[in-house]
Write a protein that binds this ligand. Structure first.
Ligand SMILES: Nc1nc2c(ncn2[C@@H]2O[C@H](COP(=O)(O)OP(=O)(O)O)[C@@H](O)[C@H]2O)c(=O)[nH]1
Ligand SMILES: [Mg+2]
Length: 231
């Protein structure tokens, strides 16, 4: 049986919130974070997402594409998450342009594997490489990515050690958590909290970079004007 969760879900998604957008209302909401959750089939993408949203583990989640909105206060800042949970089957059937659109929409990524499924772990690195190739440019900050080893409670069936997960994350410049969506809320909170912090840093760096670039542009414009004036 698939339990219905009383959350905003949409089967087809039109990204109406642009990456980098800040909410400018009088409410305390300060930042929006578009997050995409990716990973192999049955690793617990939906379980982790729903755990973060509802604090509950309901066991079966169906295989629907879902977009959730959820706000969380982090160090006095209100983060409004838009979380896009994608079934692996759908991701596989998509062409690269759809994947690329989603990557451009996202401010950050949660890449999930199961510690009991070596193949799911092996599929993480190519996904990170694809995201980085599509999103990172020399002038841009690194993309906020969190790698998550899920199903930590099933340690008797473990196929991937914690060290392997940690090393992969280190080598790809990503954050790493090992969690059990089934056992606790805390792990899911850490994942999205950690990602939100990285997103905040990236947005701040982007703003600063843009600020500096604007100053450079203005100074260049002044010198260019002086040069044409003296001709
Ligand atoms: N034991 C255990 N089972 C989990 C955990 N997370 C998810 N599952 C189970 O794994 C199966 C697939 O989970 P689901 O979230 O639908 O995976 P998805 O396909 O990646 O979205 C379901 O039967 C879940 O109940 C976990 O942390 N521990
Ligand atoms: Mg799912």
């Amino acid at each position: 049986m698939v339990l219905r969760i009383p959350l905003r879900r949409s089967a087809s998604f039109t990204p109406d919130h642009q990456p980098g957008a800040e909410v400018s209302t009088s409410t305390p909401v300060k930042m929006e974070a578009n997050v995409v959750v990716l990973g192999a089939d049955s690793v617990g993408k939906s379980a982790l997402t729903v755990r973060f949203l509802t604090k509950r583990f309901i066991g079966e989640y169906g295989d629907m594409e879902s977009v959730y909105t959820h706000s969380l206060a982090i160090e006095g800042k209100e983060i409004l998450f838009h979380i896009w949970d994608i079934p692996c089957s759908q991701e596989k059937s998509e062409d690269n342009s759809s994947k690329d659109k989603r990557i451009q929409w996202a401010d950050g990524f949660v890449l999930v594997y199961s510690i009991c499924d070596r193949a799911s772990f092996n599929s993480v690195q190519p996904k990170v490489q694809f995201i980085k190739a599509a999103k990172e440019s020399p002038s841009q900050e690194k993309v906020p990515i969190v790698i998550v080893g899920n199903k930590r409670d099933l340690h008797h069936h473990r196929e991937v050690s914690s060290e392997e997960g940690r090393l992969l994350a280190l080598s790809m410049d990503c954050e790493f958590y090992e969690v059990s969506a089934a056992e606790a809320y805390h792990g899911a909170l850490m994942v999205f909290h950690g990602l939100a912090e990285r997103i905040c840093e990236a947005k701040l760096a982007l703003k600063k970079g843009t600020g500096i670039r604007n100053i450079v542009k203005s100074v260049s414009a002044v010198f260019a004007r002086k040069r044409t004036d003296s001709m």
